[in-house]
Design a protein around this ligand. Sequence first.
Ligand SMILES: *Cc1c(COP(=O)(O)O)cnc(C)c1O
Length: 396
Amino acid sequence: MRQSDAPKDEAAPDASGPAFTKRSLAAQALGRIDPVTKGVVAPLHVATTFLRDSDNGYSSGFSYARPDNATVREAEAVVAMLEEAPAALLFGSGMAAATAVFSALEPGDHVIAPRVMYWGLRRWLQAEAPRRSLDLDFVAMDDLDALRAALRPGKTRLVWIETPGNPLWTVTDIAAAARLAHAAGARLAVDSTAASPVHTRPLTLGADIVMHSATKILNGHSDVVAGVLATAKTDGFWERIAAIRSGSGAILGPFEAYLLTRSLRSLHLRAERQSANAAALARRLHDHPHVAAVLYPGLPDDPGHAVAAGQMEGGFGFMLSIRVAGGEEAAIATAARVRLWKRATSLGGVESLIEHRASVEGPDTPCPPDLLRLSAGIEEVDDLFADLDAALRAAH
Ligand SMILES: *Cc1c(COP(=O)(O)O)cnc(C)c1O
């Protein structure tokens, strides 16, 4: 199977012209022109099977749609360019992408995951690690000494981090975690969903694999479920992940891939606007009489601010949480009273979402009961603040 190639021609500075920015390359989905029609949008390839050559070969490189698809490759190439990766693989969901990494490990391998992480993956790891004989530890990843102490040189094969970490938006130092993991002989994988490639590029900081739930800001319109992995090296571990995707039938469908490529063209505009809205909301809510705390790494007094400022650029992301003064009841009553914000799970869409997380995440969650998670969309920030402010006041 051929994996998506990084668009070296377009991105690399060379003698023939200037190197263009990721923003420009993404806006044109790499500027590829359909060779048949000269269309500026790539065609949607839906075929599941492909004609063999008369010598029985497959000179096009395509044989069947479960291992690979040309429309999927288009979106993979854009993500690979954004992450500065030699290759990317799209999956049918963020969970399919994340679990493919853990499925590529061997029985007996030791893995370390963060205490603060996407609850669905934490629950999957708790259920599946013992069945696969993976030795699993959860560590507070904002404490590098705790990570150092948990690593078992020669035994730990994977360190998984998520930064900023859902739903408390704790920050992990990617470069430091990569150094510690590598010194112990382990790979570092980063769930970078909440950062987006606009604000953080983990592979350039030493990570081996970066994962996104593309359901979130990469697609950004709350109408596609997808996941993606990008790798620093196309080594044997990556080949195994590709084989797992193919063997388990976890590839994204072509129509979803087409929608994702279309969305990636506006990623920079959306991410920058959504991060600016999140930052403005964090500042204004920080001083609100009915808000006990704002969790957002962009705030100067946030415990993760210094590390985030060092590894994020152009913003601190579109996600924040608030702890409502008055506790769980006031938090739920606030969510009940919003009109513009939509009371729904998920994140990263152009519409702003609000959710009481503790009631979703169950008893193991590090999420306090008074917490509301906010995903800032692209609406007018004064409207977003006015709606929340009215809801907070009415709930008290
Ligand atoms: C949503 C999410 C996932 C899971 O992605 P799906 O596309 O829903 O499978 C993983 N990590 C983070 C941080 C998420 O927000």
